[in-house]
Structures are given as structure tokens and as C-alpha cells.
Design a protein around this ligand. Structure first.
Ligand code: FA5
Ligand code: MG
Length: 454
């Protein structure tokens, strides 16, 4: 049985009274946390809510007929000869998740505000790249591999962001002596793309200042790799998305990752907006060496793609929460290995509730730049807010927006107002239950974040 000992893993809509829940709000931290049957000591870093710990048991990406399992298999069939790793545990060390990839010590991704920690030394992986170095060590020269897994991030709440999601990581090693063969392969792939209806907006393969080649790399051993990376991924999407009247429209843009250079991102046009599908790049020599290969002889590209982001347009799933549904009206619509259009169950009405509050005295003034960098402003961590709302409201929370944010000079305090949109995928919500959930969110915000309700 999976449980987090510091909290009783009650369900958001069970019949417990508000009083009992208030006792939970004030419960002291327990000494241990049990995740996937293992018990770990907690410390001042522990921030894993029971609602998230429960998700580790779902294993959606290897459970037929779930769409994510189908996507995983479709990707694997495109990368023939690549070895698949689909069963690596989500509980990892920060050393594996960050250090092995050269994340600097002050990288924002390491903050408690952005990642789920079981304790200082153990966390939930935030990306499948956590396994790169270990898998390279098991990969022969000129080999390729894929790894699909559930990953966890404290993130905002909306239709395409969820704190647990799935990624498929893929990588290919190529010997520097084989670049001519690679160029010939690229030509072949290019011909396939020209013959298809896909619209692909490319970006330069490197930029000397903003997206450079590595100092030890000659263009002739990197540019064919960068092209191969983009072409293999573009042809993957060509093969996954059936030809339709509206051609698939994707665009490449430069990106930045601590262990790749040059680096890229791919987005797809979906419902009149750009949806980010993946990040990728040419692996740094340091990481190649940590993975047991000789960087003077082997180049590697790697990508990490969000597979819900592929499944949403492919299966027509309008909201990322649906992938976690236990409702048989969701599960019954799919057949293992087959792509079919999801039929929305009748759409139930949303219910909105607003909460306005003062942040504790001493919190810094709002600051646009640090907001953009991840929401941590003067000790105020927006992700704490999203987690509490998600912990209480579970999957009934469709969206949360801050719609008012001001500084009161006289009080020397910052005020926020948030609007929570509740909607069930499965039924109409009662006003009373939404009120009860909202009251409980309010109680927890007050107890845990020391805010003052206005
Ligand atoms: C990464 O996670 C890198 N590890 C990718 C990578 C691999 C780069 C190998 C270089 C080499 P990023 O943070 O951009 O990158 O996430 C990758 C993809 O995961 C995104 O493009 C998006 O499709 C998906 N994703 C990210 N956050 C969420 C979320 N909250 N919900 C659903 N999907 C998400
Ligand atoms: Mg990204």
C-alpha cells in the first residue's frame, strides 16, 4: 500500500468533516514517508504530497489500452534497433537527476519550489534525462536507446500542464568516422519529408553566440548530427500523425539545457496555439564521458518529449487530467496499439471560486523578472499555492489563475487574488461540495503559508 505518513491520504470528496480535515492541516510532520513500498526518513526538504505519491503506482505508460502506452509503442516502432527502458523507478537522487547532467548548484530546477523531494537526498525524477548517464553506460558504441517514464514537477495548473506527466527520452550514438553515412541517411529522410504534407519551420543548427558548437567539436561532426536529430524527430511525427486535410505544422527553435549544445525545442500547432512537444540537443562531451564513451570518437544526440503533449492532439484529448481518469468511459474508448479519436463525455459546467489574500508581512514586492524565472518572489513560492489547491481539490481543479496582484504601500503588503475553476470530467459538481473544498483550501493557505484572507 502506498502512503505518505505525514498525511492521511483522504480523497477530496469523501464525507469527512471540515473539522477532521482542519486537524490534518495542523498535523505535525511525520518522521517517515512510504513511497512504492519503501519507507524513507523525512527532513526539512520533504514536500511530497500524498496526492502525488499515489500517482507513482499508476504506471499508465505500460498499461494497455491507455493512449500513453500506445504512444510509447508507436515511438519505439519508429526507432528500430533502439533498446527500450520502460521500467526505471521514479525515486532518484538529486545527483542523478541534476549533477550527472551538469546542472549548476543554483539551477532553479533544484529548488524545493520546483521539484518534489522525499528528503534532501531523494527526490522524484523531474525528467527522463535522469537516467541518461546510466543508460549510456549500458549502450554499445554507435547504439541507440529509448526510455519512457512518469516524471514529476511542481508546475502551474492548466489544460496542458500537470504535476505528473510522461516523457520518452531517446538518444543515438554515432562514431565520428561515420558522418558520411549519416549524411546519406539525412538525404533519404529529407526526401521523405519533401514528399509529405508536413510543414516544418527549421531554425539554424547552431549560433556562435547563443547556441554554440562545443569547443572541441568541428562543424563536420556536429551539423550532420543536428540535422539527423531534427529529421528523425520530424519523420517520427510524420509517421505518428496520419495525413489529414490540415497538414501537421511544426517549428524548431533554439533552446538551452545544461548538458547539450547546441540545443533545440520542437512545437506543434494545435488548437490555434503552439504546444511544446520536446527539448533536445547534442550531448556535451562531459556527459558522454560520464556515460562511459569516448567523446573524441562518439557524438550523441538526445531528445526528451512530453508524451501527453503528443497524445492530446493525436487522440483529441482536450485536457491533460483525463489521462489519469479511472472512469471506464475513458478507458473503454481505447484499444491497445490503436489511435482513435476520444469522444468527450458530455461536458459538465465549470464552477468558479475566488480567494483574495494578503501575503505575510515582509514578503517582497512583486517583481516581473523573478516572476518569469519561476515564480519565487521574496520567499513566496507560487508552486506552494498550486500544490495546496491540487492537494485539496484533486482533479476537480481545471485551472487556477492569479487575476489580481497589487502592492499596498501603506500596509507594506502584497495582495493576491486567485480564481479557481472547478470542473469534473465525470459529473456535475454540487455547490456545497465546491464551497467545502474552497473553505478547506482557504484553511490550508492560512495554516501553511501564513496568508491573511481578505
Ligand atoms: C526536458 O525535460 C529535458 N530533459 C529534455 C531533453 C532531453 C533535452 C535530452 C536535451 C536532451 P523540458 O523541460 O522542456 O526538457 O520538457 C520536455 C517536454 O516535457 C516539454 O517539451 C513538454 O512536452 C513536456 N512537459 C514539460 N512540463 C510539462 C508538464 N507540466 N505537463 C506536461 N508535459 C510537460
Ligand atoms: Mg522546454
Amino acid at each position: 500500500m502506498l502512503q505518505v505518513a505525514r498525511a492521511r491520504p483522504w480523497r477530496p470528496l469523501c464525507a469527512q468533516s471540515i473539522q477532521a480535515r482542519r486537524r490534518y492541516v495542523h498535523a505535525p510532520r511525520q518522521r517517515t514517508v512510504t513511497v512504492l513500498g519503501e519507507t524513507y526518513p523525512t527532513d526539512d526538504y520533504t514536500n511530497l504530497p500524498p496526492t502525488i505519491a499515489e500517482l507513482l503506482e499508476r504506471r499508465l505508460h505500460v498499461t494497455p489500452p491507455h493512449p500513453l502506452n500506445t504512444i510509447r509503442k508507436l515511438i519505439a516502432s519508429h526507432f528500430e534497433g533502439f533498446k527500450s527502458y520502460d521500467d526505471l523507478p521514479a525515486v532518484v537522487t538529486p545527483a542523478l537527476n541534476f549533477d550527472s547532467l551538469g546542472f549548476p548548484p543554483d539551477h532553479p530546477g533544484r529548488a524545493r519550489g520546483q521539484s518534489y523531494y522525499i528528503n534532501r537526498g531523494i527526490m522524484l525524477r523531474t525528467h527522463t534525462s535522469a537516467h541518461e548517464v546510466d543508460i549510456y553506460r549500458q549502450t554499445p558504441r554507435s547504439g541507440g536507446w529509448l526510455c519512457t517514464a512518469d516524471v514529476y514537477r511542481r508546475d502551474e495548473i492548466d489544460r496542458s500542464h500537470y504535476p505528473a506527466f510522461h516523457q520518452t527520452e531517446g538518444a543515438r550514438l554515432v562514431n565520428v568516422a561515420d558522418m558520411d553515412k549519416l549524411k546519406a541517411e539525412n538525404e533519404e529522410l529529407r526526401r521523405g519529408i519533401k514528399a509529405s504534407r508536413i510543414i516544418m519551420e527549421d531554425c539554424p543548427d547552431f549560433d556562435a553566440i547563443t547556441n554554440p558548437l562545443q569547443a572541441s567539436h568541428l562543424p563536420e561532426t556536429v551539423l550532420p548530427m543536428a540535422q539527423n536529430l531534427k529529421l528523425r524527430i520530424t519523420t517520427l511525427f510524420m509517421s505518428i500523425f496520419p495525413p489529414s486535410t490540415t497538414p501537421l505544422h511544426v517549428r524548431w527553435t533554439p533552446d538551452i539545457f545544461p548538458w547539450t549544445s547546441p540545443s533545440f525545442q520542437l512545437e506543434v500547432r494545435y488548437r490555434d496555439a503552439w504546444l511544446e512537444l520536446l527539448g533536445c540537443g547534442i550531448i556535451l562531451d562531459d556527459t558522454i564521458a560520464r556515460g562511459g564513451h569516448n567523446p573524441a570518437e562518439e557524438r550523441s544526440w538526445a531528445f526528451g518529449m512530453g508524451i501527453e503533449r503528443i497524445a492530446m492532439p493525436l487522440f483529441g484529448v482536450p485536457d491533460i487530467r483525463l489521462f489519469w481518469s479511472k472512469d471506464e468511459r475513458f478507458w473503454k474508448q481505447f484499444k491497445d496499439g490503436q489511435v482513435s479519436k476520444f469522444q468527450e463525455f458530455s461536458k459538465y459546467p465549470p464552477v468558479e471560486r475566488d480567494i483574495a489574500f494578503w501575503l505575510p508581512v515582509g514578503m517582497a514586492k512583486p517583481h516581473a523578472a523573478s516572476h518569469a524565472a519561476g515564480g519565487e518572489v521574496g520567499g513566496w513560492e507560487e508552486n506552494d499555492l498550486w500544490d495546496i489547491i491540487r492537494e485539496v481539490g484533486g482533479d476537480l481543479v481545471e485551472d487556477v489563475k492569479i487575476f489580481d496582484d497589487f502592492w499596498n504601500e501603506a500596509k507594506g503588503r502584497r495582495s493576491l487574488a486567485i480564481r479557481i475553476t472547478f470542473r469534473s470530467m465525470e459529473r456535475s459538481l454540487e455547490r456545497a461540495e465546491v464551497n467545502e473544498i474552497t473553505d478547506e483550501i482557504t484553511a490550508k493557505l492560512t495554516a501553511r503559508l501564513a496568508v491573511e484572507i481578505r
